[in-house]
Design a protein around this ligand. Structure first.
Ligand code: ADP
Length: 785
C-alpha cells in the first residue's frame, strides 16, 4: 500500500512538472522560448528522473515531447492537409532521445525511498516489533549498516551507534571476517541474496554461530533499495552438528576398528586348526569355520549355515548333540567332551569344548563348539603307554638292575633286580637314597664321579661295591643321558650288573697267574739248570766216548792181533753204540745250548747249489747201499742265502737221513729248492714258531725253501702232531729198527727258527713225505725263475 502510494507520488509529480512547464511555454511571450519550447521541456524531465527515477523521467520526456510539439504546430499544405516537414520531426526526436538519456543518467542519482522512519504511529509499532523480534534484524544500504534491531544490539553487546555503518564488522570472528565481508560485498554488488553461517564474538568474547540471511529490497522499477537481513543464533545447532560430526568420526573410527577386528577374527577362524561352529538352541547351524568345512564339508554339504542338525546328522548323533546342549544349558558352564568319529580316512578322536552364548538379556541363544583333532596325540599317548608298559615288563624281568634318574641325578625308578642287587627297597632308593647302599669305601668316589657325569650329561661307567646287610656285592654300573627330541637333557637311564662272581674269578685268576708265573720262573730255572747239567754232562761224556770209539776202532782194524768172531761182533757193537751215543750227546748238547740261548750262529753268504750238493754227497753212500735214487731240483730261483753253513747242512742231513731211513730200498729221494712269498708260505703246513727271532731279514716277504721229498713209508695223520717234538718217535718198533734219537726234527726246527725261518711237512702214509726248511731271503737275492 505504502509502495503504491510512493509510486503515485513519483509519477504524479512527473505529470505535474510537465503541466507546469507546458503552461510556462504557452504563457511565455518570449519569442525565443516560443520557438524553442524544448529548453523549458528539459526541466521536468530532469527533475522527474532525479527525484522519481527512470520511469517518471521517461514519462516526463514523452509528455514534454508531446507538449512541445503541440506548442509549435505543423504547417498546412496548399491542399489544406497538414504537412509535417522533416525539419519539424528532428527537434522532437532529439528531445525524446535526450530525455531518455537524461532519465537513464539521472537514474542513479535517484534517491531510494528512505526506510520507515520513526515518527509516525505505524513506524513506531513496526520499530517495536522489529526490536522485540527474537531474531537479529538489520538493513544495509549503500554498503553500510543503516539499521539493526535491539535484539541484535543486545546480542552483540553494542549500541546501535557502535554497530551502524561498519561497526558490526568488528563483531565477526577474526577467522571468518575476511570471507564474510567478501561474500556480503559480492551480494550487494550483484544484488543477490546473501546467506552465510559464521561466528561472531560478543563484547564479553563469547562465541556464537549465526545464520545470516539478507535479501535485496527493490522498488517498483526493480531497483535495489536496500538489503534486509536477519541473524539467527545457530550456536546450539552448530554445537550439535559438531558433536554429531565428532560422533560420526568416532563411529567411522569404531567401524574401521570393528572391521579390522572382524578381519582378524575371520583370519583366526579361517586359519585355526580347530573346528569352530555355532549352533542355535533349535539346532540350526549359524556358523562354521573353514576347518569345519575342510573336514565335514564333504560329508554334510556346503553351505551348512541355516541347516538343522537333524537334517544332516544321523539321528543318534543329533540326539547326543541336543543332550549335550541341555547339559550345558542346565549347568551354564563350559563343557569338554572327547569322542571318536569315523571319517572317510579312518577313526579320528576329537577333543570338543562347548559353551553357551548369551544375548544382551542373558538368555542362551546358541552354543559354540570348538573341536580339535587329537588323533595323532592320542596315538602318540597310546604308543608311549605301550612303550612304557614294555619297558616296565622288560625291566621287571630283566636280570640286570635298571634305574632312572632326573637331570640332577636323583633316582626316580629302580627295577626289582636293582633292588635285589643293592639290597634296598624301591622307596629307599629314590632321590639320593641309592647312595646309602654303596660300600663306605667307594661311596665318596662314586658320588663325585656320578655327580660329574649327571650334571654334564655324559655317559657313566664304573665298578663299585654295594654293602648289603651281610655281604658285599661288586657291580658294574653304566648309564647314558636321555635327551628329548629338542635335545634337552631329560635324565639318565642306567643298568647295574652284579659282577661279584666275575670279580672273584678274576681274583682267583690273578692268584693263579701269579702262581703260574712263580712256577714258570722255577721251571725256567730248572730248565736252565738242566741245560747246564746237559752241557756239562755232554762234555764229560764225550771225553770217555772218544776213547771208547777210538780204541774200539783201533781194535777192529786188528792192528794188535786177530779177533775171533765173537770179539769182533762185540767190538762192532761197542763202536756203533758209541757212535749212537755220541750223536745223541751232540744233539742233546745242541738242544741244551739253544734252550739256554747259548748257540750262536756263524752267518755267511752261502751258495745254495754248493750246499745242497755237499749234503747229497754226504748221504750218497747210504742211499746207494739201499739202492735208492737221489735227485735234486735246483731252479735258479736264488743263488745265495745268508746262514750258518754247518747248521743248515745239519738241517739238510737230518731231512735226507730220515728220508733214506724211512724209504724202502729202490725208492727215490729228491732235494728241491724253491722261493715263495710270505703269503704263499701260508698254504704250506708251516709249524708254529716257538720263539720269534729278530734276525736281519726276518721281516722279508720272501722265503727260500729247502725240501726233501721221499717215497717212503709216510706218517699216519694221527701221529703227525708228534713230529718236531723232542724225543718223539712215531713208531717205536720201526724207529728202533732204523735207529735214531727222536731229537733230529726238534733240533732242526730250532736251528731253522734261529735263522728266522720256519719248518713245514706233508706226509701221506704209504706214499711218502716232504720235509721243508724255509729261510728268509733278502729281496735282492731273488732271481727270476
Ligand atoms: P730220529 O733220530 O729218531 O729219526 P727224528 O726227530 O729225526 O728222530 O724223527 C722223529 C720221527 O719222525 C722218526 O722216528 C720217524 O718216526 C719220523 N720220521 C722222520 N722223518 C721221516 C720220514 N721221512 N718218513 C717217515 N717218518 C719220518
Amino acid at each position: 500500500m505504502e509502495v503504491a502510494l510512493s509510486q503515485l507520488w513519483r509519477y504524479g509529480g512527473a505529470v505535474l512538472l510537465v503541466a507546469i512547464a507546458s503552461l510556462l511555454i504557452l504563457l511565455a511571450s518570449d519569442p525565443t522560448i516560443a520557438a524553442n519550447p524544448w529548453l523549458i521541456g528539459f526541466a521536468p524531465v530532469i527533475l522527474s528522473a532525479r527525484y522519481g527515477g527512470l520511469g517518471p523521467g521517461l514519462l516526463a520526456t514523452v509528455l514534454m515531447g508531446v507538449a512541445c510539439a503541440y506548442s509549435s504546430p505543423p504547417s498546412l499544405t496548399s491542399s489544406g492537409a497538414i504537412a509535417v516537414a522533416p525539419n519539424d520531426l528532428i527537434p522532437v526526436s532529439v528531445f525524446a532521445l535526450e530525455g531518455i538519456l537524461i532519465s537513464a543518467f539521472l537514474k542513479k542519482f535517484h534517491a531510494p525511498p528512505s526506510p520507515p522512519q520513526p515518527g509516525s504511529h505505524s513506524q513506531q509499532q513496526l520499530r517495536a516489533i522489529l526490536d522485540n523480534a527474537p531474531v537479529g534484524l538489520y538493513v544495509v544500504g549503500n554498503s553500510s549498516c543503516e539499521f539493526m534491531n535491539q535484539y541484535l544490539c543486545s546480542w552483540l553487546g553494542l549500541t546501535s551507534e557502535q554497530i551502524l555503518g561498519s561497526g558490526w564488522i568488528d563483531s565477526i570472528h577474526p577467522e571468518d571476517r575476511e570471507w564474510v565481508i567478501r561474500a556480503s560485498t559480492e551480494s550487494l554488488t550483484t544484488a543477490q541474496p546473501f546467506e552465510a553461517e559464521y561466528r561472531i564474538l560478543d563484547q564479553s568474547g563469547t562465541l556464537y554461530w549465526i545464520l545470516d540471511r539478507a535479501v535485496p529490497v527493490r522498488d517498483e522499477a526493480g531497483q535495489v533499495q536496500f538489503f534486509q537481513g536477519s541473524c539467527v543464533d545457530i550456536t546450539a545447532r552448530k554445537q550439535a552438528e559438531e558433536r554429531l560430526q565428532s560422533l560420526a568420526q568416532q563411529l567411522q573410527e569404531r567401524t574401521a576398528e570393528l572391521s579390522a577386528s572382524r578381519a582378524q577374527m575371520q583370519a583366526l577362524l579361517d586359519y585355526t586348526p580347530a573346528i569352530i561352529y555355532i549352533i542355535d538352541v533349535d539346532g540350526y547351524m549359524r556358523f562354521a569355520n573353514a576347518e569345519w568345512y575342510r573336514i565335514f564339508g564333504p560329508l554334510f554339504g556346503n553351505p551348512i549355515e541355516g541347516q538343522n542338525l537333524r537334517d544332516f546328522l544321523p539321528p543318534e548323533a543329533a540326539a547326543v548333540f541336543f543332550q549335550e546342549n541341555e547339559e550345558i544349558f542346565a549347568s551354564a558352564k563350559v563343557m569338554t567332551f572327547e569322542n571318536d568319529m569315523t571319517l572317510p580316512d579312518g577313526v579320528h578322536t576329537f577333543l570338543r569344548i562347548k559353551f553357551p552364548l548369551q544375548d544382551a538379556s542373558g538368555e542362551v541363544y546358541a552354543f559354540c563348539g570348538v573341536s580339535l583333532d587329537i588323533t595323532e596325540r592320542k596315538q602318540g599317548e597310546e604308543a608311549l603307554r605301550q612303550s612304557e608298559e614294555r619297558f616296565r615288563s622288560l625291566s621287571a624281568c630283566s636280570p640286570l638292575g635298571i634305574f632312572l634318574t632326573d637331570t640332577q641325578g636323583n633316582c626316580t625308578y629302580t627295577n626289582p633286580s636293582w633292588q635285589a642287587i643293592a639290597g634296598l627297597t624301591f622307596e629307599a632308593a629314590l632321590g639320593e637314597g641309592w647312595a646309602q647302599a654303596i660300600h663306605p669305601e667307594d661311596r665318596e668316589r662314586v658320588a663325585a664321579y656320578w655327580s660329574y657325569c649327571a650334571s654334564s650329561g655324559q655317559a657313566y661307567s664304573d665298578e663299585f661295591r654295594f654293602q648289603r646287610r651281610e655281604t658285599v656285592c661288586w657291580v658294574h654300573s653304566r648309564s647314558s643321558p636321555l635327551f628329548a627330541d629338542n635335545g634337552q637333557l631329560m635324565g639318565h637311564v642306567g643298568t647295574v650288573e652284579d659282577i661279584t662272581e666275575r670279580k672273584q674269578a678274576n681274583e682267583q685268576l690273578q692268584a693263579l697267574t701269579r702262581q703260574l708265573q712263580a712256577q714258570n720262573e722255577q721251571l725256567t730255572e730248572v730248565s736252565r739248570l738242566k741245560s747246564e747239567f746237559l752241557t756239562n754232562m755232554s762234555h764229560e761224556l764225550r771225553t770217555p766216548l772218544t776213547s771208547i770209539l777210538g780204541f774200539s776202532s783201533v781194535l777192529l782194524q786188528k792192528n794188535f792181533g786177530a779177533l775171533n768172531p765173537k770179539q769182533e761182533q762185540y767190538l762192532s757193537l761197542i763202536h756203533s753204540s758209541g757212535d749212537h751215543l755220541l750223536a745223541l750227546i751232540n744233539d742233546l748238547l745242541d738242544l741244551a745250548k739253544i734252550e739256554a740261548g747259548k748257540l750262536e750262529l756263524d752267518f755267511e753268504e752261502l751258495n745254495l747249489a754248493a750246499l745242497c750238493q755237499a749234503a747229497l754227497e754226504m748221504v750218497e753212500v747210504r742211499a746207494l747201499s739201499k739202492q735208492q735214487q737221489l735227485f735234486q731240483e735246483l731252479p735258479l730261483a736264488c743263488e745265495f742265502i745268508l746262514g750258518d753253513r754247518q747248521r743248515i747242512l745239519q738241517v739238510l742231513l737230518n731231512y735226507l737221513s730220515n728220508a733214506i731211513k724211512f724209504t724202502p730200498g729202490g725208492g727215490t729221494i729228491t732235494l728241491r729248492t724253491q722261493v715263495v712269498t710270505d703269503v704263499e708260505l701260508q698254504s704250506f703246513n708251516v709249524l708254529e714258531v716257538e720263539e720269534e727271532t729278530t734276525l736281519q731279514g726276518a721281516s722279508t716277504p720272501m722265503f727260500v725253501g729247502l725240501s726233501v721229498s721221499d717215497t717212503g713209508i709216510g706218517i699216519p695223520v694221527e701221529d703227525q702232531h708228534l713230529l718236531f717234538q723232542t724225543f718223539q718217535q712215531v713208531d717205536g718198533a720201526t724207529d728202533r729198527r732204523h735207529g735214531g734219537t727222536g731229537l733230529g726234527l726238534a733240533l732242526t726246527k730250532r736251528l731253522v727258527e734261529l735263522h728266522g725261518g720256519k719248518v713245514s711237512f706233508t706226509s701221506t702214509c704209504g706214499v711218502g713225505s716232504t720235509f721243508s726248511a724255509w729261510f728268509p731271503l733278502p729281496e735282492s737275492n731273488v732271481e727270476p725263475i
